[in-house]
Design a binder for this molecule. Structure first.
Ligand code: ZN
Length: 640
């Protein structure tokens, strides 16, 4: 067992600029020096792989420190410095993978004598170089460089048009009936008794969910589903053509095949198959849900479930038929109890101990723990350190995510991970508890997979479309009455009633078939547009709606122009559902009546989490389940 020391962070109030200079720019300098040495080292020598790993460790450290600090540090000067270094690190990295000399050196290493780990690491690195086009002729590489720059510009324009494309609908003030008091207050009416509803999420979603005025909802939906149109119709067309050209220059038949090559799903054709499979699987359940929504709509003369009415009917059914009172639920989720409960539950499951350490971090609300592997004869030592930064503050990253402080490397550096969330300090909503378990799943993955020789395999280094599966699975624990009753106690110490948890689950599960079809529509749009590169995007969209979605589209809308995920996910929006399918499959190995059984959990820890990226996710899952992954468990869940 290694006795690696954790990183010493500066005192909370001081010394962060110097620390970041060292950890960020210093690491980039190290990486540059190592790469320079690699280029002049003797070719064909296996030792080149260690040199490459050294550079990769330094680069990973620079990325970890800068991406974390730009998201959490309270001092804007530190944030600005972190962002600047992050840009430098990105440039370094993209230049590196187009560097023919480095590629030639790595290619010179004979692969046959290598052990499995080194072989996999090298193959992966060479593939990354090839996917950048390093081995193509100079003219093609110049074209690719141009396309990459243009792709970044178009991607930024696409996101910017959505961000800045705010539209408004003017609706009668009476349409606010059904909305919460603070929402009504924030929307004063003009002289003609009208209010403005913008297309921003906090404005549009509550309105479409709660407003009882069907024609006002329609007016708002018409604006919302025309967000960034027509500007983004043009931008998206350019982006689709560009990605198609790039994929072809790199030797792939189309963009989805290029993108899927490094993912668990493997190919574009497999995406099509998956989307159609889930869609068919959700047909019966989705139609049942639709009938419930239609019946509810009919009570108010809503004649079809479309983009302007589905949220409203969905919410009405949940409220009227599943009545779960959020206030009643919150009483059981006191933050500090939940926090301790999470550590107790995951410690017991994964055979870990968490030792609180009093060390400086970037903010006094952060709590830090050493993670120890518990053994039969007591703990066998520290395997990582975690920092929990769980409450909101001004300027902090405003979603929930796991960040790295450092990737673990065998006998070299300890894995350190950070949870960045924005939870209530007092009583939590149940969805916050679910999020906490989800994000903690990523953190466990980071720590447990932190003992590989090759940093490329360290932590959450698995295929992109598998990454969410372990976290989606861990959410199940936050829905289990016996687990929750360990820590979800009200002010008088009464545990949350099983009956209440059952009702919460039922409410949560209503509409899963219907929603799965909506997800498959998004996935089909993301895949089909990239595959087909249609001239008339809107026309293609209106063909895809009836094929996948159970929501009727509104004539005259252009959903794709505001579908921001087309930028980051490109053709891979299927991943959310894909990892959910895998999560349900993994979960099928656990005993639903005893989720605290450590035997299964620890086998899962060792076969799925600890290997990190050192093997294909499909192989890890197959080893854990004793068979290849399948969609059966998901299908059973969808149709139960
Ligand atoms: Zn996640």
């Amino acid at each position: 067992m290694s006795a690696l020391e954790p990183i010493t962070l500066p005192p909370t109030s001081d010394g962060w600029t110097a620390w970041l200079e060292e950890r960020g720019r210093g690491s980039l300098r190290t990486a540059a020096d190592v790469i320079a040495a690699l280029k002049v080292a003797p070719s064909g020598d296996e030792a080149l792989l260690q040199v490459w790993n050294d550079a990769s460790v330094a680069l990973a450290n620079a990325f970890a420190a800068t991406s974390l600090m730009s998201s959490v540090h309270p001092d804007p000067a530190v944030v600005a410095l972190a962002e600047a270094i992050e840009v430098e690190a990105r440039r370094f990295s993209s230049d590196l993978f187009l560097d023919r000399d480095v590629f030639d050196q790595l290619s010179s290493v004979p692969q046959d004598p290598l052990d499995d780990g080194a072989h996999r690491m090298l193959a992966d690195a060479l593939r990354s170089f090839r996917r950048s086009g390093v081995d193509l002729d100079e003219e093609t590489r110049a074209r690719l460089r141009g396309l990459n720059e243009r792709e970044t510009e178009l991607g930024q324009a696409f996101s910017r048009n959505i961000r800045e494309g705010r539209r408004e609908a003017l609706v009668p003030a009476a349409a606010l009936e059904g909305l919460p008091a603070d929402y009504v207050q924030a929307h004063p009416s003009d002289e003609q008794g009208r209010v403005r509803i913008s297309t921003e999420y906090p404005d549009v979603h509550p309105f479409l969910t709660h407003s009882r005025d069907a024609s006002a909802r329609r007016a708002v939906a018409m604006e919302f589903f025309n967000l960034a149109w027509p500007e983004n119709d043009v931008v998206l067309g350019d982006l689709l053509r560009l990605r198609d050209e790039k994929a072809r220059l790199l030797g792939y038949p189309d963009w989805p095949d290029f993108d899927a090559e490094v993912k668990m799903i493997g190919s574009g054709a497999a995406i099509a198959k998956f989307v159609d499979h889930v869609s068919a699987d959700a047909e019966a359940a989705g139609r049942r849900d639709l009938a419930v929504l239609e019946a509810r709509g009919a009570a108010e003369a809503i004649d079809r479930i479309d983009l302007s009415s589905w949220r409203y009917c969905f919410e009405a059914v949940k409220r009227e038929q599943y009545g779960v009172d959020g206030q009643e639920v919150r009483r059981y989720f006191d933050f500090s109890r939940v926090h301790q409960g999470l550590l107790d539950v995951t410690g017991r499951l994964f055979g870990l101990e968490y030792e609180r350490v009093d060390v400086p971090t970037w903010h006094e609300e952060v709590t830090s723990y050493d993670v120890l592997l518990a053994g039969p004869g007591g703990s066998s030592g520290r395997i990582g350190r975690i920092h929990l930064d769980l409450h909101p503050r001004t300027g902090k990253y405003n979603h929930a995510a796991q960040f790295d402080l450092a990737p673990g490397v065998l006998d070299r550096q300890l894995p350190e991970g950070v949870l960045v969330c924005n939870f209530n300090r007092g009583l939590m909503e149940h969805h916050e508890v679910v999020t906490l378990f989800h994000e903690f799943g990523h953190l466990m993955h980071h720590v447990l997979a932190g003992r590989h020789e090759w940093v490329r395999f360290s932590g959450v280094a698995t295929e992109w479309d598998f990454v969410e599966a372990p976290s989606q699975m861990l959410e199940e624990w936050a829905w289990d009455a016996a687990v929750l009753q360990l820590f979800a106690h009200d002010g008088d110490g009464n545990p949350i009633p099983t009956e209440l948890v059952d009702r919460m689950r039922a409410a949560d599960e209503f509409g899963k078939g219907f929603l799965a079809r909506t997800q498959m529509f998004y996935a089909a749009v993301s895949y089909r547009l990239h595959l087909e590169v249609p001239d008339d995007i809107t026309g293609r969209l209106f063909e895809l709606y009836p094929e996948y979605s159970l929501v009727a589209p509104l004539e005259g809308t252009h959903f794709h122009a505001g579908f921001g995920h087309l930028e980051g996910y490109t053709s891979a929006y299927y991943t959310y559902m894909w990892s959910l399918v895998i999560a349900k499959d993994l979960f099928s190995a656990f005993d639903p009546d005893d989720l605290l059984d450590p035997a299964v959990a620890q086998r899962y820890r060792d076969t799925v989490l600890a290997p990190g990226g050192s093997r294909d996710a499909a192989d890890l899952v197959a080893e854990f389940l004793g068979r290849p992954y399948s969609t059966e468990a998901f299908s059973a869940w969808l149709n139960r």
